[in-house]
Design a protein around this ligand. Structure first.
Ligand code: ZN
Length: 343
């Protein structure tokens, strides 16, 4: 067991105008991710969180542009798969449909629509709906790997929910990507996980669950064979992680596991909604079949910071590859437990 949760407390002193210029101090906490060793800064920055935004106007405007993902449009305007990839023109599962992404991010790039509704509020995603979207996405990735017998590809399923999180189309949709070049972060976690296993003769993911269970500060709970926790060194203002226990690749996830994950995800989205968030980024990172890596997901809400609606992404993220947050993961976990228990 070699998991360390390292915190560095940096103290800044200043003469505070609010205290008639008497000396005051403030703490910046720098947390080191136990796997990647990347740092995150936890700031004690008082923000009065804004009330929920009315999304009616933005949804209406998006319909004026026309939506290619609404049910009456999909057949006419979305592409079909070439026969060498799958015998199906588009992959369907319940109300979910997967088709090629005409604006690809890598050799294999697809879009999954999983709701007939153009807009779905964050707290209203039913687990069955999410499961069908993930099952259809998985079928695409499994077809991709079967059609490309070369080296294992990097597989991910991703979601930008709402424009604030980078989604250019409001209609809920996942993006599924496979290619020979993983993203910087995906490559890093695979390499770090392999290095951990070689050094410790154990799985980082099994050790992480064991250690977080022992500490009881950030482990939200379990839904079936998925374990939910709030990351010690978040990759966004809040970072909720779901680990598929013992599952090596996305293609290995069973339908019942997808249902467990979808129940947890639906509950986590209700938690974020209760905090006034209305957009998020999500990624599911697949292993490539090696025993050391367990497939897992990360969920990060996105926000505009009051009072000026400042972006939650600034030079730290763009130019320093560093994350800032004002939310203490342990406090978020305490709140999240009630939601996951009801999943
Ligand atoms: Zn639509």
């Amino acid at each position: 067991m070699e998991i360390h949760f390292e915190k560095r407390r940096m103290i800044t002193k200043f003469l505070d105008p609010a205290l008639n210029f008497a000396e005051n101090e403030r703490v910046t906490e720098i947390r080191v991710d136990p796997l990647t060793k990347q740092t995150t800064r936890l700031l004690h920055f008082p923000i009065r969180w804004a009330q929920k935004t009315d999304l009616g106007e933005i949804v209406e405007r998006s319909l004026e542009f026309g939506c290619p993902f609404c049910p009456q449009m999909i057949d006419m305007v979305t592409p079909k798969f070439p026969t060498e990839l799958t015998s199906k023109e588009r992959i369907q599962r319940g109300s979910a449909v997967v088709f090629p992404n005409m604006f690809p991010y890598d050799t294999y790039s697809a879009v999954a629509i999983f709701s007939g509704e153009h807009f779905k509020p964050m707290a209203e995603f039913e687990p069955q709906l999410l499961r069908d979207g993930f099952c259809a996405s998985q079928e695409y990735l499994t077809s991709v790997q079967a059609s490309d017998p070369g080296a294992p590809l990097y597989h991910t399923i991703n979601w930008n929910y709402m424009p604030l999180a980078g989604g250019t189309i409001i209609h809920p949709h996942l993006q599924i990507i496979a290619g020979s070049t993983g993203t910087n972060y995906h490559r890093r976690i695979l390499e770090s996980s392999a290095a951990y296993a070689a050094a410790n003769s154990s799985s980082y993911w099994a050790d992480l669950i064991e250690e977080e269970t022992r500490l009881g500060e950030r482990l939200i709970g379990k839904v079936g064979k998925t374990t939910w926790l709030v990351c010690f060194a978040p990759k966004g203002i809040i970072d909720v992680m779901a680990i598929f226990e013992g599952v090596l690749t996305i293609s290995d996830i069973k339908e019942s596991d997808w249902m467990d994950f979808s129940r947890g995800l639906s509950a986590a989205m209700k938690l974020l909604d209760s905090r006034g968030f209305y957009s998020l980024n999500m990624a599911i990172y697949s292993g490539q079949g090696a025993e050391h890596f367990w497939t897992h997901a990360k969920l990060v809400p996105r926000a505009l910071l009051p009072p000026m609606n400042a972006s939650d992404i600034n030079y730290f993220n763009t130019l320093h590859n560093e994350v800032l947050t004002i939310f203490e993961p342990e406090q978020i976990c305490a709140e999240a437990k009630g939601f996951i228990e009801k999943a």
